[in-house]
Design a protein around this ligand. Structure first.
Ligand code: ADP
Ligand code: MG
Length: 397
């Protein structure tokens, strides 16, 4: 689960991290009061969307102005003006995809005088099964370019969970970032605060880009991106409250309400599969046959008819879906339950696209019988390969 920059900064502030003072604005009328509550002489007006690259982004609407999603203002009036221009408009960045994201919240922040922009991240490294620090002197808006062309400028190391964060970790980062004197101490303290927040709040990723050195020589968190482990939200109720559902894919949101493991993708073949491994294999074999999956979906082992019905409805609600492949290897999941769910969903929402069904395993005969007797226009497949070839042939004509 992701949260907005202003929420991330509030959370990090509660751990003692140095962040600027700022106000969030939801409606244009609030902008002037919000900006007026902050000290100038510089204000920064920042579009709040769950995507990075805002500074270099651009708006779809011409009246949002030429500048990107992060704007400097030299007066309260100018700050309010920029906030108004951006609210409700669609910001496109390299992370939003061409459709962009609507800006429903603006963060107005006190401007900082920047000496240097650094990069700092904490993440769960799946290779080492540990939390890793990642840092670079080359912070700012081009970090992807740095990673691609000069990866030697990025330092990464993991923290032993048995010891947790130690001052030497912080010093290692400070020296890699070229910090000196009092900044080293500040860095050791800040890294400890970030590490504690990361562990205590079950984060998956924490990215500060840029972490800056101000003209006064102090460290400051200028941008913050946090994402949390969705499986731990049950014990992070105050984090869960920060969820902004308008930022999420409506299909994924619906799926999460039914506890379905669903990820929306860009392709044309909707997939309903049980088991994450089989779902991955299904996506692979669709690709192998020359088409692209529209989603990842693992309905899980103990799915009920209602859950299967919902899953099918979510797949068919995707306008890009030109065909559906149901691929079930019944173990704990029973083929007749899948068949009942698919039949119920089709009765409810209809079937506008070809449907290939491959059933195998527990109660397969009952499942096939139900589908045959339902009168549904289903193309039966014998195995995974056959199923993929049939659905691709249907879709690609
Ligand atoms: P994004 O990463 O989405 O582009 P950032 O928050 O990193 O957004 O802002 C982009 C750039 O804008 C920063 O690299 C920094 O140079 C500048 N900036 C952001 N916030 C401030 C601020 N409070 N004061 C001065 N400059 C800022
Ligand atoms: Mg940034």
């Amino acid at each position: 689960m992701n949260i907005h920059e202003y929420q991330a900064k509030q959370l990090l502030r509660s751990y003692g991290a140095p962040v600027s003072d700022g106000r969030v604005v939801l409606r244009a009328e609030e902008a002037k009061t919000a900006a007026g509550g902050l000290d100038g002489p510089l204000w920064v007006v920042k579009a709040q969307i769950h995507a990075g690259g805002r500074g270099k982004g651009s708006f779809k609407e011409a009246d949002a102005g030429e500048k990107g999603g992060v704007r400097l203002a030299k007066s309260v009036e100018e700050a309010a003006e920029e906030a108004k221009k951006m609210l409700g408009k669609t910001l496109v960045t390299h992370q939003t995809g061409p459709a962009g994201k609507q800006v429903n919240r603006i963060y107005i922040e006190e401007g900082s005088d920047i000496e240097t922009e650094l990069y700092l991240a904490l993440l769960v490294d799946r290779v080492t099964s540990r939390v890793s620090f990642v840092c670079s002197t080359e912070g700012g808006m081009d970090i992807e370019e740095v990673a691609a062309s000069t990866p030697e400028k990025i330092l990464s190391f993991s923290v032993d969970p048995a010891t947790g964060y130690q001052a030497f970790h912080g010093r290692r980062i400070a020296f890699a970032l070229g910090l000196e004197g009092a900044q080293v101490k500040q860095c050791v303290k800040l890294m400890g605060q970030l590490y504690t927040a990361f562990i205590e709040r079950d984060m998956e990723m924490l990215e500060i880009n840029p972490l800056i050195v101000t003209d006064k020589g102090d460290l400051k968190v200028l941008d913050a991106k946090l994402s949390f482990d969705g499986n731990a939200l049950y014990r992070q109720s105050d984090v869960a409250e920060l969820r902004d559902e308008t930022e999420e894919d409506p299909k994924e949101l619906q799926a999460s309400k039914y506890d379905l493991n669903y990820i929306a993708l860009d392709g044309e073949i909707g997939c309903m599969v049980n088991g994450a491994g089989l779902a991955m294999a299904t996506m692979d074999i669709i690709k192998l046959n020359g088409a692209e999956p529209a989603n990842f979906l693992d309905v899980g082992g103990g799915a009920t008819k209602e859950k299967v019905t919902e899953a099918f409805k979510i797949i068919t609600s995707d306008k890009n879906v030109k065909g559906i492949l149901v691929n079930i290897f019944g173990g704990i999941m029973r083929c007749d339950v899948i068949a009942e769910g698919v039949i119920a969903a089709v009765k409810e929402v209809g079937l506008q696209v070809p449907l290939v069904v491959r059933l195998e395993g527990t109660n397969v005969e009952q499942g096939k019988k139900l589908i045959n007797e339902s009168g549904l226009n289903v193309i039966a497949a014998d195995d995974l390969k056959d199923g993929a070839q049939k659905i691709v042939a249907e879709v690609k004509g």
